[in-house]
Design a binder for this molecule. Structure first.
Ligand code: NAD
Ligand code: KPL
Length: 305
């Protein structure tokens, strides 16, 4: 019997993973916040995945953090700002050397988790898949993509990647996962905040080429300073390509703000500005964008961290 996939966070990405793993016959258990959420879930037929317009429901098992069984493999699918406290709730259940697969975007939350869980085996992930919830316990698979997984401390791929293969989850083991996470952070820092400030789709940034170029120049210098030269290579070109390729889309940060949801600013622009401060690198444009973004968030009554 293969190891159970415990999934912490039954939101967009957590449901996308849970349904595909369950569909492939893997043992999956969702960990919901409390008995109220568990009762709400158990009152329905399970988790629904909408793919290519077709909805399929899977009766995935669920539990609360208080369930006594030990956890050997935990897919952490919470937002970056919730990851650490959500895992801490499960501290007593984590088996020695449990595997924690961290799906959070940006940087900062992964190190915070790893520092609190020195005996766990933390695997970092960076995903270009896209999903959103269109109802309670329902998720729409909106953008097919790839998930890179890696462990900066261990270059060897774990055998359970076969589960992902069987489940049809496109993935690759990456020996330079930090480079991937930094690169994605830089792309997100160059695009997402400006889409909030200009209230536009990604393509709207084509009207602000100088601002995009200046942010890319500062981000490239920062990546070099942080020992990430591969992540800084041709950053501006890639940012322009992404803006063009996703011109009709609203960035994830734009969508969070539009839906009055907390953003992951601290793990993107906040992390970049803190890293620059550590290296005494002046990044005046990144800081100015951060300040303008914080102002916008506060004006809308959203947390600024
Ligand atoms: P989400 O808000 O849809 O889901 C997070 C879930 O975690 C929510 O259901 C929330 O209730 C749950 N949660 C929070 N604290 C919890 C706790 N203590 N116990 C149990 N559940 C808890 O978020 P998402 O869109 O799935 O994003 C998750 C992460 O993946 C983010 O870092 C995001 O940036 C990243 N990501 C998302 C996508 C996407 O398309 N949605 C794509 C790439 C990366
Ligand atoms: O990842 C993105 C997001 O919206 O979060 C893109 C499309 C790359 C824009 O930064």
């Amino acid at each position: 019997m293969s190891t159970t996939w415990h999934i912490l966070g039954a939101g967009s990405l957590g449901t996308l993973w849970a349904t595909r793993l369950a569909r492939a016959g893997m043992p999956v258990r969702l960990i919901l916040r409390n008995t109220e959420r568990l009762a709400s879930y158990q009152a329905g037929p399970g988790l629904t995945l909408v793919e290519h317009g077709v909805a399929q429901t899977y009766p995935v098992s669920a539990e609360t953090p208080d369930t006594p069984e030990p956890i050997h493999r935990l897919l952490v699918a919470c937002k970056a700002y919730d990851a650490q406290s959500a895992i801490a709730q499960l501290q007593h259940r984590l088996a020695p050397h449990a595997e924690l697969i961290l799906l959070q975007n940006g940087l900062g939350s992964q190190d915070a988790v790893a520092a609190r869980q020195p005996h766990a085996h933390c695997i970092f992930a960076s995903s270009t898949e896209g999903a959103f919830r269109d109802g309670e316990w329902r998720v729409v698979f909106a953008g097919h993509g790839y998930t890179w997984l890696g462990d900066a401390a261990r270059p060897t791929a774990p055998p359970w990647l076969d589960d992902l293969l069987v489940a049809g989850i496109p993935h690759e083991w990456s020996i330079d996962i930090l480079t991937r996470l930094w690169r994605k952070l830089a792309l997100n820092c160059a695009i997402n905040p400006l889409t909030v400030l200009y209230q536009c789709r990604n393509g709207g940034l084509q009207a602000h080429p100088c601002e995009v170029a200046t942010l890319c120049a500062e981000l490239s210098e920062l990546l070099d300073c942080c020992g990430q030269p591969a992540a800084s290579q041709d950053l501006h070109d890639e940012v322009q390509r992404v803006i063009q390729a996703t011109a009709a889309n609203f960035s994830s940060m734009y969508q969070d703000v539009a839906n009055l949801r907390r953003t992951e600013i601290s793990y993107l622009l906040g992390y970049a500005c803190q890293a620059a401060a550590r290296h005494q690198l002046p990044v005046p444009h990144l800081r100015a964008v951060q300040a303008r973004l914080v102002e916008q968030l506060v004006a809308r009554g959203l947390p600024s961290d």
